[in-house]
Design a protein around this ligand. Sequence first.
Ligand code: PMP
Length: 355
Amino acid sequence: MSWRDNLINIEPYTAGEQPKSDDIIKLNANENPYPPAPAVRECIERFKADGLRLYPSMDAAPLRKAVAKRLNSLNGTALTSGNIFIGNGSDDVLATAFRAFFNSDKAILFPDVTYSFYPVWCELLKIPYKTPAVDDDFRIDVRDYFGENGGVVIPNPNAPTSIGVGLDFVKELVEHNPDSIVIIDEAYIDFGGESAVALTEKYENLLVTQTFSKSRSMAGMRIGMAIGSPELIRYMGAVKDSYNSYPLDKVQIEAGVASIDDEEYFKSTNAKVIATRERVTKELRALGFDIPDSGTNFLFAEHNSLSAKEIFLHLREKGIYIRYWDKPRISNRLRITIGTDEQMDRLLEAVKELV
Ligand code: PMP
């Protein structure tokens, strides 16, 4: 027996390639093409470095309060800071939830085509899992999640398919799983989906996660959150504090509050992304692409004659990075992040050269 036998053997998550040059049009990580709210920049410029002597708030208290207040004004809920957990991006939030909640020996369930970090955490944390197949149109059948399980995770909208489900789906899912914790990963919800945040007041076993990375243009700052019953949030806090008591630094907390406070800017950039998405979907469909209606800031596209790999490589040569996976079921699909109108025009031109 060698010490090598005891090393952890996991396949890490592979993120979209990070270009070496600024000329590249980067449409491969579902980042937002617009800058964060002006108040975020002002807050960072104003930030007093002297304050870094002191530890930040242990539980990002000012940000939890701001998030609860905003969600209440949107949803008519009565959430308090006790309903909000904050972490370093929703990846950190989700990993904390997996640790806190998925400790039975029953398999947790998530779709076969979904965010590829879920199986990575399961491998890392030794959580058994099963992946019910989405149908040929990449739709999730809620009945696949009615059997015995150790928990359920569904992104709404799903990634990389871009397809969302309605609140009836979420209610049915939670009502059939009274003995499990159900996580709805709403990383892309602000691009037109129906958020389940208000349902967390009714269902104590429902956790909703969201992020500042997509609709708030702050992927580089790493802020994510979970909304759920005080009991779920308390357990997540205990896990976090058992290995990392100060997850967000002072700049993150202040900049996060500044972003939340500018609702108008948030709405206007999201509206721009959605308008570009609708236009580009039509134009790509006219060029022979099959694309489900997207509820996100990306498209899940397949061409009727060209292979995904061929298109991916051609665009790459033109300095446009999109996402392609050589994986079962999705190897002929491309995931294209919505950029600015100018960036998408460049993409359309490059595609036309091939078609
Ligand atoms: N959930 C889904 C479905 C995602 O696509 C992503 C982004 N890769 C995340 C969560 C995590 O995003 P972040 O950690 O930047 O909040």
